[in-house]
Every structure is written in structure tokens, then in C-alpha cells.
Design a protein around this ligand. Structure first.
Ligand SMILES: CC(C)(COP(=O)(O)OP(=O)(O)OC[C@H]1O[C@@H](n2cnc3c(N)ncnc32)[C@H](O)[C@@H]1OP(=O)(O)O)[C@@H](O)C(=O)NCCC(=O)NCCS
Length: 274
């Protein structure tokens, strides 16, 4: 009913490609029910379904997205875009209707989230405020090409993270707050920083490593770049020790020649003094 109404506003007589209206509406409402439950499951602050429906911009943005996306897939591009625009005005979350979003996405707080046209998001993902799933070269003529990332299932993208480019973020990965991700992310990885690098999660209760010279040492360094640097420093220390050893060995082999040298030097000095 809802969609057949929108369809008529669009002025098309072409029948829906997604089955009859009641099936489409049933699927839409099933997805929305799932979205509500996902919000309640992942936000301890969500007290009731009513609160989610009326007070959660992330849920409301998904409602607009699902309508806009349905129109977009049925080639009602202007209407799809307009519905998405209304959603953006009301929620400050900008989801292109051409994006592909799986089940139970939870957008927490939501303000400033941007999800581009060719972005794909798997099931059970969580996105916080300020996240961009964008392209790296927005000015280049890339219409019709994949420009935005593909996010696997169960991914968490923390506040203000920027994930830019047509690569994949593997299943179960976590993108840290304010990270700028420009390359493929392996499944289960935790990425932080700009440009983002992979870290290993410290176990609960595990203390921060003690301070060490150069800030790097030991096998428990979470950052792979720091670990590589630590390996290089170890190598340099080993080489330095070896050079010292060789110099000492050489010095030990020279004493026989030294007295003569010293005598000569002394003689010379004496000669000068004479
Ligand atoms: C990425 C994140 C999930 C990692 O958490 P974690 O697995 O508990 O990681 P740890 O706290 O053990 O940190 C490991 C290392 O990464 C660093 N790190 C963690 N998060 C970072 C971030 N966002 N940016 C830069 N470095 C970060 C830590 O300083 C630590 O470095 P150290 O070993 O030199 O001390 C978390 O830090 C994060 O960014 N959460 C954001 C949540 C969010 O958006 N909340 C908004 C709610 S409204």
C-alpha cells in the first residue's frame, strides 16, 4: 500500500519487480522490526521500542533509506533521492538511496554520518556519529563505478572514522574513533590512526607495557610497524656488539707492534725536544 502509493506519485504503470505490494511491505516491516530490536540490543540507553521509533535518528534514517532504496531499485531515481533528502533533513544522516545495507544496522547518534551511493554494508554492523563511507576522488568522473567501501558483517565503525575507497572491510573488523582507512581491512582487525594501522586488542585487565627506550621492545607490542622497528633496532644492537667485538679482537692482536710505535713516537718526541 505504502509503496504502491509512492509508485503512483512517480507516475509509472510499470509493475513492481519486487513481488506484490503486500510481500514488499511485509519485508519492509520485518526489516524495520529487526532494526528496532538491533538498536535495543546494542544501546543500553534504549528503554523501549517506542523510544527507538520516535527518538533514534539512526532508526529513522533507516526507515527513509529503505523507502528511498526501494524507489531507487525500481528506477524512480528522483523520488528515491527526494525521500533520502527528507531523511537527511530530519536526521542529519545522509544515506544515498543506491547504497546497499544489510539487516540490523545500528547507527548510534548518527549526526554527520554519510553513506555513499556504491557503499555496501553487511548484516549486524554498528556505525557511530560522523562516519563517512566515501570515495577517495570525489571530483574525478567515476559515475557508474564502485567508489565506496564494502563493509562485511558484524563490523563496528567508531565515531568520526573515515573509510574511503572501493575496498573491503573484513567481517568482524573494528575501525577506531577518528581512523582514516584507505586500504583493505582483514577480517577481525582493529584499525586506528591516520592513515589507519592494525593493532592487537589488549586483553581485559592486561597492563600497558612498561616504558622502554625508543618506545618499542618485546613481543607484545600491539602495533606491527612498531614491532618491525623493534626488530630493526635489535638487529642494529647485534651488529654494533659484533663490530665492538671485532675492534677489540683487532686491538688485542696489535700490542706486539705497539711498543715499537710508542718507542718511535717517544723517540720522535725526544728528538724534537733535543
Ligand atoms: C579502536 C578501539 C575499539 C580499540 O579499543 P581496544 O581494543 O580496547 O584497544 P586498547 O584500548 O587496548 O588500545 C590499544 C592501543 O591502540 C591505541 N588506540 C586505541 N584506540 C585508538 C584510536 N581511536 N586512535 C588511535 N589510537 C588508538 C591505544 O592508545 C593503545 O595504544 P598503546 O598500546 O600505545 O597504549 C577503541 O579505542 C575506539 O576507538 N573506540 C571508539 C568507540 C566510539 O566510537 N565510541 C563513541 C561512542 S558515542
Amino acid at each position: 500500500m505504502l509503496f504502491s502509493g509512492l509508485w503512483r506519485v512517480g507516475g509509472s504503470n510499470t509493475p513492481s519487480r519486487g513481488g506484490n505490494d503486500s510481500t514488499v511491505n511485509a519485508m519492509l516491516f520485518k526489516n524495520l522490526r529487526d532494526d528496532i530490536e538491533a538498536t535495543r540490543a546494542r544501546d543500553p540507553a534504549a528503554r523501549s521500542r517506542l523510544e527507538v521509533v520516535f527518538c533514534y535518528p539512526g532508526f529513522q534514517a533507516l526507515l527513509f533509506y529503505r523507502m528511498g532504496n526501494w524507489l531507487w531499485r525500481h528506477r524512480r531515481y528522483f523520488l528515491g533521492r527526494f525521500v533520502s533528502h527528507l531523511g537527511r533533513v530530519l536526521t542529519a544522516i545522509d544515506i544515498h538511496p543506491g547504497a546497499t545495507i544489510g539487516k540490523r544496522l545500528f547507527i548510534d547518534h548518527g549526526i554527520g554520518v554519510v553513506i555513499g551511493e556504491t557503499a555496501e554494508i553487511g548484516d549486524d554492523c554498528t556505525i557511530y556519529q560522523g562516519v563517512t563511507l566515501g570515495g577517495t576522488r570525489p571530483t574525478a568522473n567515476q559515475a557508474g563505478h564502485k567508489r565506496h567501501p564494502t563493509i562485511g558483517n558484524n563490523v563496528i565503525i567508531s565515531s568520526n572514522a573515515q573509510v574511503l575507497g572501493p575496498f573491503t572491510v573484513g567481517e568482524g573488523a573494528t575501525i577506531g574513533a577518528a581512523a582514516v582507512v584507505l586500504r583493505e581491512v582483514p577480517a577481525g582487525a582493529i584499525m586506528v590512526g591516520n592513515p589507519a594501522r592494525q593493532i592487537t586488542r589488549r586483553a581485559a585487565g592486561e597492563a600497558k607495557p612498561a616504558f622502554t627506550p625508543y618506545g618499542v621492545s618485546g613481543e607484545d607490542i600491539p602495533d606491527p610497524i612498531a614491532r618491525a622497528l623493534s626488530g630493526l633496532l635489535d638487529e642494529v644492537s647485534t651488529l654494533r656488539a659484533r663490530v665492538n667485538e671485532l675492534e677489540q679482537g683487532k686491538a688485542a692482536a696489535e700490542p706486539a707492534a705497539m711498543p715499537l710505535g710508542e718507542t718511535q713516537a717517544t723517540g720522535t718526541r725526544r728528538g724534537c725536544q733535543a
